[in-house]
Design a protein. Structure first.
Length: 406
């Protein structure tokens, strides 16, 4: 599919370039031909108005650049020839043939067999015909056509290679999205495969009459556990879909982010106490933001949930401060096993896990992905750092008075 999309992009680009070049070169040839023809006609009309006019050798006007001659035929059939310096006009039969062609044509025209353009004017006593040579005009047009063909071919070749590069650049985001989607489907299928297999196996054993009540009770509990795990995974996937569709943006409002962080951290104190962890909050008061309260509360809860799962003891610190006049920064730091630099780059990817950071601890590898989607939707930034015995997750959000709701 991507290959076909790239080929289609190249074909469309080359078609547009070809049509534009044909239009430009066509207009150039048309205007040039019209200009040369107009110059020739102006010469013949000027000569027809003053046949006795003579031109100096150093004259640079059209009369000196375009070879011409005149034939004047009176009522008695006598021809008067003038200004024929570039032609051998001794052949009377040839001249009479020219007159016959002119008499059978319009006032102006072209005699292609002799590369001549004519202009005739009649009086009561005679017929005056001015002939101008079109050889130079034709040579100019042929030369211009050859130049246009060479330039056009070279330009099309250059645009072709340029379109190849542009196609790769333009298709790259689609290619990345396609790869992410394929990986997402594969990971989701893998995550659902294990609990489904356990549920089906336990259901088959439960239907058998070879097991006692206690064993069947254990199988029921196993099925319930796997079903709950699948339910959590499906709900997480639906949450990601809702965030990607921007559904939560409809519920944006202005609120005190400091109060929200304090309220979100309060239920975790008992959970942290059970795991011999100390929860320390350093929250600056009165920090206003605009967004979806439920989603931003979810970000705080995801950070705290990860901290209680992967902290090795000690203190988990929740901090909220202003970052200048435009942003605020939320951070959650825990004393845990250090996160490798490679994992820090990938930790927010969907279904991404490592042995140290995302073990199967009732986790689907989607929490931080959901947090990243929410923060991105709120025009903020999210990242993680590891060092000095601390793993710290950061979020920066625009303050409410900076007009986040664009």
């Amino acid at each position: 599919m991507l290959k076909q999309l790239r080929i289609r992009f190249i074909c469309i680009t080359m078609s547009i370039v070809t049509v534009m070049m044909c239009i430009v070169f066509g207009m150039l040839l048309t205007f040039t031909h019209a200009g040369l023809e107009q110059e020739s006609m102006m010469l013949m009309e000027a000569v027809a108005e003053d046949p006795t006019h003579t031109y100096r050798p150093n004259d640079t006007s059209a009369e000196s650049r375009i070879p011409y001659f005149t034939l004047q035929v009176n009522n008695a059939g006598i021809m008067i020839i003038s200004n024929g310096g570039s032609y051998d006009l001794s052949d009377q039969e040839f001249l009479r043939q020219l007159i016959r062609v002119v008499n059978s044509g319009d006032q102006t025209g072209v005699i292609r067999d002799y590369n001549l353009r004519y202009y005739q004017t009649r009086t009561l006593n005679s017929l005056l015909v001015v002939f101008a040579d079109t050889t130079a005009e034709q040579n100019t047009m042929y030369s211009l056509i050859r130049t246009c063909i060479c330039i056009g071919a070279a330009s099309l070749l250059a645009f072709f290679f340029l379109s190849l590069l542009l196609a790769r650049w333009a298709i790259h985001p689609v290619e990345q999205t396609w790869k992410i989607q394929k990986q997402f489907v594969a990971d989701a299928s893998h995550e659902l495969k294990t609990p489904l297999t356990v549920i089906l196996t336990d259901a088959e054993l439960l239907a058998s009459s070879d097991y006692d009540a206690e064993t069947k009770s254990r199988l029921v509990r196993s099925i319930n556990t796997m079903a709950q795990q699948m339910r959590g995974l499906v709900e997480s996937l639906l949450e990601l879909a809702r965030i990607d569709d921007g559904v939560g943006k409809k519920a944006w409002e202005s609120f005190d982010f400091s109060d929200l962080v304090e309220d979100a951290a309060l239920p975790f104190e008992a959970l942290f106490f059970e795991k011999d962890l100390l929860l320390d909050t350093e929250i600056a008061p009165g920090i206003p933001v605009k967004g979806n309260k439920d989603q931003l509360r979810q970000v705080v809860e995801i950070f705290l949930d990860n901290a209680q799962k992967y902290a090795d003891g000690g203190t988990v610190t929740v901090s909220l401060t202003r970052s200048g006049r435009k942003h605020c920064t939320l951070s959650v730091a825990d004393e845990g096993a250090p996160i490798a630099p490679e994992d820090l780059k990938n930790i927010f990817k969907r279904f991404y896990r490592t042995d140290k950071v995302r073990s199967m601890n009732h986790s689907y590898g989607l929490g931080l992905s959901i947090a990243e989607s929410i923060v991105t939707e709120h025009h903020g930034k999210i990242w993680a750092e590891s060092g000095g015995g601390l793993n710290t997750f950061f979020v920066t959000l625009p303050l409410e008075n900076e007009g986040i709701n664009k």
